[in-house]
Design a binder for this molecule. Structure first.
Ligand code: SF4
Ligand code: SF4
Length: 347
């Protein structure tokens, strides 16, 4: 088998596979299934695995499956950080090391803070000290907010930026990619399939190949998904009119106000499952709808009626969505669909 294509991840100097592994979805599968998936990716040549302290048991699964080949892989993980609690990063880092049975993290990223920690920030200082001690090799940041992304690049303090990028990206997102390239900041691409909304992996793959500095971490939960990305890596589709037209179709269908499922509007005081409820129509029409006809989903969508219009979600949505209105219209759509598919619904 030929070696997988590698990319230099900005000034980290790390050579990572252009097709890398996003370990968020392995939370949803068993230890055994996750182990098989991680191992299969590694055996196929994938050398870069991105996880987070907050992804429940994802780090433990990585530790269980890959700690014997630790030196051969590159691990990026993330720690939440709230101002006023600098020890949070220390606690999380210690936990990540234990869970992954390792004594160093290749890239430690601040996990989507709503500000860009500066040089004097105590948590940043702590990470610098960890870097001096070799416990953390590189410091990165992840974010959904354009202004934090720009600040992080301009600050010169971060070696990597993890940011959403897909065929749906607008000019402003592309500017971030280009700016990273100029500043030699590694660009780790999250949400390459826009949280499951994009249906065309071939188009996604070909599109991202056009950006040499972009390293997608494809979220993988099933062996077929892994095989699909490996197959595309081995035989990359050439960007042509057909793929361009396909991307155009996706863009048209998903144009405008749609929920990207980032979850930054949570928590909702009424426990409404906003990240999926606000895009239920897309989910149910662009992927199998049966999983959303369960009792649990019926109850989740019913909670939309309990919205107290506190606007917490609206005020925290980085995409400027009017989330309560979006939820209300999605609920109307769901109710109609549910009525029409009553015979298939779990009751
Ligand atoms: S406005 Fe409604 S949906 Fe949004 S956070 Fe408040 S209760 Fe939840
Ligand atoms: S409503 Fe906005 S903040 Fe909430 S999940 Fe959707 S895109 Fe993210």
């Amino acid at each position: 088998m030929s070696e997988m294509k590698k990319v230099r991840l900005g000034r980290t100097g790390l050579m990572v596979t252009k097709t890398s592994f996003g370990a968020l979805p392995i939370q949803r599968i068993s230890f055994e299934a996750a182990g098989e998936l991680l191992r299969a990716a590694y055996e196929a040549g994938v050398n870069f695995f991105d996880t987070a302290n907050a992804y429940t048991d994802s780090e433990e699964k990585i530790g269980a499956a890959l700690s014997d080949v630790r030196e051969k892989i590159i691990i990026a993980t993330k720690s939440a950080y709230q101002k006023g609690d600098p020890d949070m990063v220390k606690r999380n880092l210690e936990l990540s090391l234990r869970r992954m049975k390792t004594d160093y993290i290749d890239i430690l990223q601040f996990h989507n803070p709503d500000f860009c920690p500066g040089e004097d920030d105590p948590a940043y200082q702590y990470l610098l000290e960890m870097k001096r001690q070799g416990v953390v090799r590189h410091i990165g940041i992840t974010n959904h907010r354009l202004f934090v992304a720009h600040e992080a690049i301009d600050s010169g303090l971060y070696e990597t930026l993890q940011f959403p990028f897909s065929v749906l990206a607008g000019e402003k997102d592309t500017e971030v990619v280009e700016k990273c390239q100029k500043a030699d900041v590694g660009f780790i691409c999250m949400k390459a399939m826009s949280g499951g909304l994009i249906r065309e992996p071939r188009a996604t793959f070909a599109f991202l190949q056009r950006y040499p500095n972009v390293v997608p971490i494809y979220g993988v939960q099933r062996m077929e998904e892994l095989r699909q990305w490996l197959e595309l890596d081995a035989n990359p589709p050439v960007w042509d009119d057909e793929l361009a037209a396909c991307v155009e179709r996706e863009r048209k269908e998903l144009a405008g106000d749609f929920c990207r499922s980032c979850g930054y509007c949570l928590p909702c005081p009424k426990n409404i499952p906003i990240p999926n409820a606000a895009r239920i129509q897309f989910l149910m029409t662009r992927s199998p709808y049966k999983p959303y006809l369960t009792k649990e989903w019926r109850a989740g969508m019913d909670r939309v009626d309990e919205c107290i219009h506190c606007n917490h979600c609206k005020n925290h949505c980085p995409f400027g969505l009017d989330t309560p209105s979006l939820l209300a219209s999605q609920k109307v759509w769901y109710d109609k669909f549910y009525r029409e598919h009553l015979d298939e619904a779990e009751r």
